[in-house]
Design a protein around this ligand. Structure first.
Ligand code: PLP
Length: 418
């Protein structure tokens, strides 16, 4: 039996079944490549679902881990450590907000955001304002798996088995300003947004919708919460995707690439919102420990030092241009969209999208499909044009082979935008 088969057998016996994994056993990473047990190198356009932004084997990350692991890994939040404040200084600077709560994952960052929003509305009520406890989230949203975050997550399949989920959430049609206006009232304490929906299919908010949400929230004291867990930390070419719109949220959430693969989440907010929490109201044992903070600091410093945001824009634009050209040859690609290195090619068939992921994996290229028909590309920020060319050539081959096998399945015409 191969090592993969051993692991498959052991996991099927021992792990609670929450993931259907592809039959690959990765044992190492180098740059933009993952390496399996037989030494095969895979070009990685998933980055651990947006986590490994600096690729694999990044020296700044490795050195930060090595140094901090031999100094102090954890001492609890009852005491100060010498890394959290330095990271908070950087996180507030890149988000344009004032204060941070550190946690350990995206969903946990969202929980803190939801609790902050409800507690903030409570303060406003005490001060005589008319404001309720309801949240508005968007259709196709994804905010995480814990009870609060999953209650804000649109797809029924994530919520239904766990009913009743947290009450007080209502979903607004994506980018539908009229629906937003109809559902907004003084009952709402916060509107939850992703500036570019990730799991929902790499869908950007419209400027008009985002601006209207900000205006409505301002009219009552409700908060705008922007989940930047997937789009943030530079993936779209700006530190936060909301910065493309020139609109500031009251709260934002970061996670995935924040600490270079070490679990970490952050809930970042204005001074006005931060007054809703006082000592003892919220906490988490591991959050803001010196190891994660030291590594996250190294990640941010590396992105700045290497001017990676500009690189993300340059390679991302090239990637979208090449995908758009590919769409001219393959009518199965009906849309190309995204920003920076958060890119999607939407196909006209869920079966083809699924097939494309497995066919690319056979060619040792890791991509992902989300929302059934959307091929999603989240490569490391250190991706180069040559890697884009390799990816495009492989996609071309996959679509050509598919078309040859099923000529009747092809239809002409597709809508492309950047
Ligand atoms: C936009 C967004 N929010 C929240 C989450 C949840 O993050 P985590 O899986 O770290 O809990 C994700 C994860 O995919 C996400 O993409």
């Amino acid at each position: 039996m191969s090592k993969l088969q051993d692991v498959q057998a052991a996991e099927s016996r021992l792990l609670i079944h929450t993931y259907d994994r592809y039959p690959v056993l990765f044992v190492k990473g180098e740059g933009v490549h993952l390496i399996d047990e037989d030494g095969n190198r895979y070009l990685d356009l998933l980055s651990g679902i947006g986590v490994n932004a600096l690729g694999y084997g990044n020296k700044a990350i490795e050195e930060a881990i090595a140094k901090q692991s031999t100094t102090l890994i954890n001492a609890s939040n009852y005491y100060f450590n010498d890394k959290a404040a330095g990271l908070a200084e950087r996180v507030t600077r890149i988000t344009g907000l004032d204060r941070v709560f550190f946690s350990n994952s995206g969903t946990e960052a969202m929980e803190a955001a939801l609790k902050l929003a409800r507690a903030h509305a409570g303060i406003l009520r005490e001060e005589g304002r008319e404001i309720g406890t309801k949240f508005l989230a968007l259709e196709q949203s994804f905010h995480g798996r814990t009870f609060g975050a999953v209650s804000a997550t649109y797809k029924e399949k994530y919520r239904a088995p766990f009913a009743p989920v947290v009450s007080g959430f209502e979903f607004v049609k994506f980018n539908d300003v009229d629906d937003l206006r109809a559902k907004f009232s003084t009952e709402v304490c916060a509107i939850l947004l992703e500036a570019i929906q990730g799991e929902g299919g790499v869908r950007p908010l419209s400027q008009e919708f985002f601006a209207e949400a900000r205006k409505l929230a301002d009219s009552t004291g409700a908060l705008i919460v922007v989940d930047e867990i997937q789009a943030g930390m530079g993936r779209t070419g700006k530190w936060c995707a909301y910065q493309h719109y020139g609109i500031q949220p009251d709260i934002t959430t970061l996670a995935k690439p924040l600490a270079g693969g070490i679990p970490m989440g952050a809930t970042v907010c204005t001074n006005e919102v931060a007054r809703a929490f006082h000592a003892g109201m919220h906490g988490t044992t591991f959050g803001g420990g010196p190891l994660a903070c030291a590594v996250a600091t190294a990640v941010i410093d590396f992105i700045e030092k290497e001017n990676l945001l500009a690189h993300v824009v340059e390679v991302g634009d090239y990637f979208q241009a090449q995908l758009t050209k590919l769409a001219e040859r393959h009518a199965c690609i009906v849309d190309v969209r995204g920003k920076g290195l958060m890119i999607a090619a939407e196909l006209n068939s869920a079966a083809l999208a699924k097939l494309a992921v497995t066919e690319m994996l056979k060619r040792h290229i890791v991509i992902n499909c989300t929302s059934d028909t959307v091929l999603r590309f989240l490569p490391p920020f250190v991706f180069e044009r040559a890697h884009v060319d390799t990816t495009i050539a492989a996609l071309d081959e996959v679509f050509t082979e598919f078309a040859a096998a099923q000529p009747a399945a092809q239809s002409v015409g597709g809508h492309i935008h950047g």
